[in-house]
Design a protein around this ligand. Sequence first.
Ligand SMILES: [Zn+2]
Length: 351
Amino acid sequence: MNYQRKRILLYSVLAGLFTILLLLVSIGLNSSGYPLQGSSPTPALIPHQVDAQIVESPSQALVEVYPLVEDKPALSVELTPAPPLLEEPKLPEPSSVTLNTYVPLPAPPTASAVKGAVQSTTRPTPLPSKISIPVLNYHSVTIDPGNVVVISPAKLAEQLAYLHDHGYTPVSLATFISLIEGEDVEAAPEKPVLLTFDDGYIDNYEQAMPLLAKYAFPATLFISPGMNNQEGYLNWEQIKKLQEAGWDIQPHGMTHPHLPRLSADQQAFEILEARKQIEEKLGTKADVYCYPYGEYNKTTLKLLKDHGFRYAFTIEQGNATNQQSPYLLKRHFINGEEGLKSFIRKLSTRD
Ligand SMILES: [Zn+2]
C-alpha cells in the first residue's frame, strides 16, 4: 500500500467516524426535545413565566413588574386612575340649630317584626312616659328697673316663697338628672323644679344665696371662669361658698362667647377650659353645659358629645323633658319685670 492510498483510506475512516458521531448526536438531542442548534445545557424558559409575575389586578398600581428576558418587552400594566375620594357633603353650618332636629329613640320591635322566631316571649317595651320639669332661668339679682334680666331681691323672695308654699321642690342638678332619666321615680317629689342662675354675678352670692338658704333650696350656677374677679362677677372664694351652700357649679364658656362665631378649636377651648377650671378648683364634675346667649351650632353640639358632656341648657322657652335632645334642654326665662302671675304660668307649663 503506497502512501497515497493510505491517506485516502485514513480520510474515509475519519469521515465515516465523523458521520456516525453526527448521527448519534442528532438522535440523542431529538429524543430529549432540545433544539439541534447549540449543544450547551442552558434550560429553555418556562412558557408564561413572565406572565406569572404580572400583577393580578391592574388596580394594584404600585407592584413592580420585572421581565425575565431582555428581548421580551415587559408587559405594561394599564393603570386606571383611582376615583376621587368621596367627601362627606358639607352642610352649611346654621347659626343655630332648630329644636326639632332631635329624633327620639325608635320604638322597640313589635312581635310581627320578629319574623322567624318560633315563639316570642318578649313583649314590646313601651316608650318611657314623658317627664317634664320646669327649669327657671335667672341671671342677676339686684335692683335695676327696666332691665329684664335683673330681678329684684324682693321679687325673688316672693317667688321662692310661692314655690315653698305651693309644694314645689327645687332639686339639685344630680336629682334633676336622675328624674329626667326616669330613675327613682317613686322617690321623686311631686312638683320638682330646677333653679338656674347664669353668668356668675356677684349678687348671686350676696343676694340670692341667703334667700335660697332660708328654704334650703339648691340651685345650679353656670359660670364663665374667665370673668371671675371682674367687677360685678364672683371670685373663686365666693363660688366655693355657694357650692358649700348646695349650689352646683357648671360651665358657661370661659369668656361668655358667641360660640357660633368661633372656630372649632376656639369653641373647644371655651367649653373645655371652663369645665377644667371648675373641676380643678371645686373638685366636682362639670359636665352639664349652658350656652352663652343660648347660641350654638353643629360644631358646638359635636364638641359636647365628643367630650362627654351629659346635658346642655338652651334659652328656648319651655319645660325640660326627657323627649328633648339632652343637649337642647329648654328653660323658662325669668323676666325681672314680670309679675307673679307670669311666674305661676311658667311653672304650670307641661311642655
Ligand atoms: Zn349667660
